[in-house]
Design a protein. Structure first.
Length: 269
């Protein structure tokens, strides 16, 4: 007889049946902790079935600074995910509304942003501007990628500039922050949404916890958690993962200028 596999919650250590873990969209049924999702899993959760058209799949990182073992580590991450970069970008329908989407994957180098991720996000935003589409990004990031040095840091300005042009065209941008969203991601495109949404207890900030600890100041226990940031006005709302798709559809509907979508239904998840 097959042995039922279980997953240990990394927050409360509860043992969760693997099938239930997937059914709950990787949220612990005991403590409600939101575990990591891959870009593919996030895509299936949010967009209309079969509607996603992926772009720029042929882009992948090189090793411009000849950083030791960088290429080998990238190949290991690519093999785990089936992706060639840490961002899945394209156009999909969400509740029937055509939308440009960029979704990060934490499995590839901790979701850090290198030159390819920045290029894919920039092309995604520019495509949204050209085709007059709303934009949704889902961030999970350890910051900018040190193995690519200045080339990675440049992606902050590049993605931010693309967001400005999208906004100048009077187009709508929803930024979704998940755990963790740190560094240059927070300091650039992820904080430029017209609406900024976070999952519960997501860690969000510019400097990571170890860097913050170096200042040797007493900080609140929930410092850099979504709830703290909502209280202080950095984000607009906190939404449970199971309600995220419905919220996105409602926001797209509200900002659609009365244009009907091809499907007004909200898929139950």
């Amino acid at each position: 007889m097959a042995v039922s596999k279980s997953v240990s919650c990394r927050n409360c250590s509860a043992e969760i049946q693997e099938s239930a873990f997937e059914e709950y969209h990787k949220v612990c049924p005991e403590c409600d902790h939101h575990h990591y999702m891959s870009a593919d899993e996030r895509l299936r959760l949010l967009v209309d079935d079969g509607s996603f058209e992926s772009y720029d799949n042929g882009l992948y990182s090189l090793n411009p600074l000849n950083f030791p073992d960088y290429e080998a580590k990238l190949q290991q991450d690519f093999a785990k995910t089936g992706l060639k970069s840490e961002v899945l970008a394209g156009i999909a329908k969400i509740g029937g509304y055509p939308t440009a989407v960029g979704i990060a994957d934490v499995t590839i180098r901790g979701g850090t942003v290198g030159s390819v991720a920045g290029e894919k996000l920039t092309r995604c935003i520019e495509r949204a501007t050209k085709e007059r589409l709303p934009l949704i990004t889902v961030s999970v990031s350890g910051g900018m990628r040190m193995q690519e040095g200045t080339l990675a840091l440049m992606q902050m300005a590049k993605t931010a500039a693309a967001c400005v042009e999208h906004a100048k065209a009077n187009l709508f941008y929803i930024s979704v922050m998940t755990d963790p969203t740190f560094g240059g991601t927070t300091a650039s495109f992820a904080s430029l949404g017209h609406i900024i949404v976070a999952e519960p207890a997501a860690r969000i900030g510019f400097a990571g916890p170890l860097a913050v600890a170096s200042i040797r100041e007493q900080l609140p226990d929930n410092f850099q958690k979504a709830e703290f940031l909502l209280e202080h006005g950095l984000i607009d709302t906190i939404v449970h993962r199971r309600a995220m798709r419905s919220l996105l559809i409602d926001l797209l509907d509200f900002h659609s200028d009365g244009l009907p979508s091809s499907s007004a239904s909200h898929r139950e998840i």
